[in-house]
Design a protein around this ligand. Sequence first.
Ligand code: PLP
Length: 404
Amino acid sequence: MITAHQLRTPDAVADAQRWTAHNYHPLPVVIAEAEGVWVTDVDGRRYLDCLAGYSALNFGHRHPRLIAAAHAQLDRLTLTSRAFLHDQFAEFCRGLAELTGKDLVLPMNSGAEAVETAIKVARKWGYQVKGVPHDQATIVVAENNFHGRTTTIISFSTDAGARDEFGPFAPGFRIVPYGDLDALAAAIDETTVGVLLEPIQGESGVIVPPPGYLRGVRTLCTAQRVLFLADEIQSGLGRTGATFACDHEGVVPDMYLLGKALGGGIVPVSAVAADRDVLGILRPGEHGSTFGGNPLACAVAIEVVELLRTGEFQRRSRLLGDQLHSGLRELVGRGLVEVRGRGLWAGIDIDPARMTGREACELLAERGVLAKDTHGSTLRLAPPLIIEPEELDFALTQLAAVLS
Ligand SMILES: *Cc1c(COP(=O)(O)O)cnc(C)c1O
């Protein structure tokens, strides 16, 4: 219920402005409750959520099975730290290992921590297994990447806003154009321990690499004895119509980096999954997290893995993705200049002569659809995978109206 003591939208927006660092520029929508694909603001207005927490809400808001798992766990045990084991831990790790087809899982909390974990493991693997001279390891990354916000991760960002004035930066990274196999091959040498990529670049506008790219990366990595680290934090767990975006090219990376939807929209849960010859190199004390793999996180994530095992969400993303993309293609030349993406995930470029991405999002919100601009005139659409065809049509209709 929306309660009487709650501030109405303008006051709630002003209050947030007053009391928080301005590291975000949110749309002036103050959400009070949500169910499925719909959220309700403090004034009782309803919106269709087409951002889904940047894909953290793949199963929608408060999916009944996830909420039930969380409630049950809240009533039993919430935190032990990793100093002890708990009864949800092994089941989660086994479930995610089976889903990824990997031997071992290392749970963390945020996506950035999964990326940091991958960097540390790749470096140690490089020194211990590949024989790279100490402290010389390099990792190749792509231009316009987004892997998180820690100081090491922003060191290899090419986004000025993410980087400027946060140096000095961590060494050991080489940046190549995304989608360019020749550039990647040229950047790899005997010091290279990993290639870290998003199989589809999310934050930079849902950029799908050219066909064969991921297969080519896999081949190069195998030939050069380099770990392929696939950051599937946004692209994974059903978003693209497959469990992992790498699946579309039949590619298996050496390590999956997962987050966002793994927490079911309830708690932050991230993890890396890899085989024993890679993840098995860590020894006690070398890496960890107080909250990583906590009982509440594991209980929710066990259920997330169960939901994904059914294949239903991947299937929905494929089918509804076709509807989304054919609807969007009709708008090209009618307010849109380009549409990209896969499954229920689209990056759309608004004709900059008409309006900015921000303006489009404000107009969409007025019409009951929530979406977020990423860069300039690009919007990212990523509705929950439980969306119904009529709801998707509603979103497309509102977008067409905004652009007309
Ligand atoms: C969101 C995201 C991250 C960072 O996750 P956080 O939970 O925000 O730290 C890393 N990589 C990709 C591809 C992401 O989309």
